[in-house]
Design a protein around this ligand. Sequence first.
Ligand code: 5CA
Ligand code: ZN
Length: 432
Amino acid sequence: MDTATGELAAAAAGQVATIYACGITPYDATHIGHAATFIAWDLLVRAWRDAGHEVRYVQNVTDVDDPLLERASRDGEDWRVLADREIARYRSDMEALRLVPPVHLVGAVEALPDIEQFTTLLGDRGALYDLDGDVYFSRACDDAFGSVSGLGRAAMEVLSAERGGDPGRPGKKDPLDALVWLAARPGEPSWDAPFGPGRPGWHVECAAIATRYLGPLFDVQAGGTDLVFPHHEMSASHARVALGDTTPVFARRYAHAGMVRLDGEKMSKSLGNLVFVSALLAEGTDPMAVRLAILAHRYRHDWDWTQPGLEAAVQRLARWRAAVSIASAGSSDSVPPGESVLAAVREHLADDLDAPGAIAVVDRWSDTVLAAVPATVPATAVPATAVPATAVPATAGGATTATGTTATAETSTTSAARLVRDTVDALLGIAL
Ligand code: 5CA
Ligand code: ZN
């Protein structure tokens, strides 16, 4: 779903599919909200690869920004040490959840030369002005400003104030103008630049990194819905002004993931109502159950993380694993073919990443396999909830008689099991 048009659209324009996903600000551990957003893009990357695209996936790490510096100073820690520790934890959390890593994971600090070059282009276009040493982008330079979010001015000002902007700062030409270079403050890190020593603003960071690694025009800009305005609006606007002449620039499509809540409130580092991926894994939760619990929700909707939701995913995972293992062993009298599962999962993912629909397909296959387990199969092979009592005894009637037939049946059930397992592995990222 493209946020800018509000319509479903083909995500990739050509054979090479390109995506820039806004990454973490590494001042605390990865929570379920982050994981859900990155899993949404992981599904897209997997679907693209499956469809034969060459995928270029770039993600940033906002490794210098106010919240990071504030947390480091609160804890008396070096900001770089804090950032590096949280980046390492993020990487290992994502690996445990089986996300395909981006080709480039780029920190703001390492991208400083690119950010400087990009900011210079904005200056060349006359889009920058100085305010007490800080440098602002004049949104009036961009006629298309507002085309990503479609919001009116009043809503923009409210969101800007809530999400890191400073619409009330005296002296700005327009309250919505965004900071692109913050002059050095005492006790804060700073870097030399033609605009004076300082550090980059947030939106210019993503505009510069995305266009440096993917070119001026790419397929998808991705992030949570909390980034639609001002972040994605501003990055796109910066890029139009810096790089645009007549051709379109920046993302062709904007994909936004809904917010994950805890007890009805957005899970956020600033509110502190967090469920950390690393904490769940340390408690012994199967990472595949965490992933499956997330996939049970449509990516673009807001939803609540709950314990019963996680428990349901644990049960579902056990049933899928049991069904695949029973089918592989030829121990069920009804193993539907894997091809139809693969086709239906592909179809659901092509429908704006409908993971819940894809999950239902695998549920139906597993239910059929488990419902047709003859009584001779040890009860321990099937999870307690797996076999409706009425379904067990009757099914053995169709058992094969000729040895040759049995062998054929075993081969086809084994290959169906393998295909279902591979489908779930490759397209949903769940290892069974
Ligand atoms: N570094 C910036 C992006 S350039 C940033 O927003 N970092 S973040 O750590 O706050 O968020 C990382 C990603 O997780 C963003 O795409 C954000 O939209 C998403 N996100 C944050 N909180 C939630 C939540 N509760 N539910 C879903 N996604 C979330
Ligand atoms: Zn970003």
